[in-house]
Design a protein around this ligand. Structure first.
Ligand SMILES: Nc1ncnc2c1ncn2[C@@H]1O[C@H](COP(=O)(O)OP(=O)(O)OP(=O)(O)O)[C@@H](O)[C@H]1O
Length: 394
């Protein structure tokens, strides 16, 4: 607001007026008195019969909405503990950061609409549940496990989550963490309204549940599944403490997201509900997901987007073979200024047909190999005279 500008507002049927004012500082700057800044303030006027409403409800409302606007407008950050990122920071912290500017949104994600809605609803409900969490005595946090083959959109979804909720992202590189103590320190430095991400959790730690028992020469931490190879000594139990302890140690809303290509490799303790509350499978591209991508990449309008003549072929091929959203996206990407929707769709169809042929060929080769192996077994059985494996020699 400019000086002396008047702004009217309405709250619960009551009209109030705000005026921006300032008071110049009366003290003259001198040798021992540096110039003081003027004092700025807002004058709020309303009828005195509304005093109760204004002090009890309106002012808290203004503060809350102000905070929301500030959060919405703030520049979000991507923090990382990776030793490769070394930007100078104002004060030394364990995280370095850059501005988070990933453009992914749920609208642009190729995902089945029902699944998309379910995830968005879950996230929005979480952010609006501060009182609920406090009432049931749980820390205000939620864990998501994103799993599926490479190129199905796990990282993209994390960016879409951050953009939807206006959260910062802490990309935790577990292999760069020295030990459990350092893990805890990193955790304590994270702020509210953030997503803590551990990508490819199966590669970061020995989390298979196959603890290295009977190896007496190993330290407790190494036996417990500490990261091997490097200098990190983060263990599975350290990570479990991280997830559980974090929430009790830090207030404010936080999400923790793990991604993996091999969900079956993970220790069940790590992904049980309560730690990873929502498990989301990201899989090969469905026809519904393809339509979202086609609409975005080819700039088809709503009507054309569901109706392009080549879509029927894509739909048929999608039933006969598997293709990741990443491969669909790559094929739909124009490769020259002359590429139009038909060119991009033809390229995608060709790629799908080639991939289907290659998969069929692979299946045939595998079947032939199996046949040869069975024949070899039979011959060996005949030579050894085993009646189970083949015909016994006369
Ligand atoms: N569901 C999707 N919707 C839109 N784009 C996608 C989707 N999945 C993948 N992509 C595109 O493919 C690229 C790779 O996707 P992404 O990195 O999110 O996959 P990922 O599942 O995290 O892979 P990885 O397991 O290898 O880390 C992205 O840059 C994005 O453009």
């Amino acid at each position: 607001m400019d000086d002396h500008e008047l702004v009217a507002d309405h709250f619960a049927g009551v009209k109030v007026r705000w005026v921006a004012s300032k008071i110049a500082n009366p003290t003259q700057p001198g040798l021992y008195h540096p110039a003081q800044p003027e004092r700025r303030f807002y004058r709020l006027t309303f009828h005195k019969r509304h005093r109760q409403l204004i002090t009890d409800e309106y002012l808290p409302h203004v503060v809350r909405v102000g905070k929301e606007i500030r959060t919405r407008n703030r520049q979000r950050k991507l923090f990382t503990n990776s030793p490769n990122y070394k930007w100078p920071t104002y004060k030394h912290t364990m995280w370095s950061h850059i501005n988070f500017e990933h453009p992914a949104t749920f609208e642009t994600m190729g995902l089945d609409p029902a699944k998309k809605k379910d995830i968005i609803d879950d996230l929005v409900t979480f952010t609006e549940s501060r009182e609920f969490y406090s009432r049931i005595g749980k820390a205000w946090k939620r864990g998501y496990l994103l799993y599926g083959p490479p190129g199905t959109g796990k990282s993209t979804m994390i960016a879409a989550m951050a953009n939807l909720l206006n959260y910062d992202v802490y990309d935790l590189e577990l292999t760069a963490v020295k030990d459990n103590t350092e893990l805890r320190k990193l955790l304590i430095e994270t702020t509210s309204k953030s997503i803590i991400v551990i990508e490819d959790i199966d590669c970061s730690l020995d989390l298979t549940g196959q603890r290295k028992k009977n190896q007496k020469w190993l330290s407790d931490e190494e036996r417990d599944g500490g990261v091997g190879g490097g200098s990190s000594r983060v263990t599975l139990s350290g990570l479990l403490n991280f997830i559980d302890g974090l929430w009790s140690a830090c207030g404010g809303e936080r999400l923790i997201v793990f991604t993996t290509n091999y969900v079956e490799k993970l220790d069940p303790a790590l992904i049980r509900r309560g730690r990873m509350d929502k498990h989301i499978e990201l899989s090969y591209c469905s026809f519904e997901a393809f339509k979202v991508l086609a609409r975005n990449y080819l700039k088809l309008d709503e009507e054309e987007g569901d109706d392009h003549p080549m879509f029927a072929t894509v739909e048929r091929l999608m039933k006969e073979m598997k293709i990741t959203p990443a491969d669909v996206a790559e094929n739909l990407m124009p490769k020259s200024p002359l590429d139009d929707a038909d060119t991009c769709l033809s390229r995608l169809i060709l790629a799908m047909e080639e991939a289907k042929e290659a998969a069929e060929m692979e299946r045939e080769v595998a079947a032939a190999r199996k046949l040869v192996e069975e024949k070899e077994k039979k011959v060996v059985g005949m030579v050894n005279g085993s009646p189970e494996n083949g015909v016994a020699p006369h």
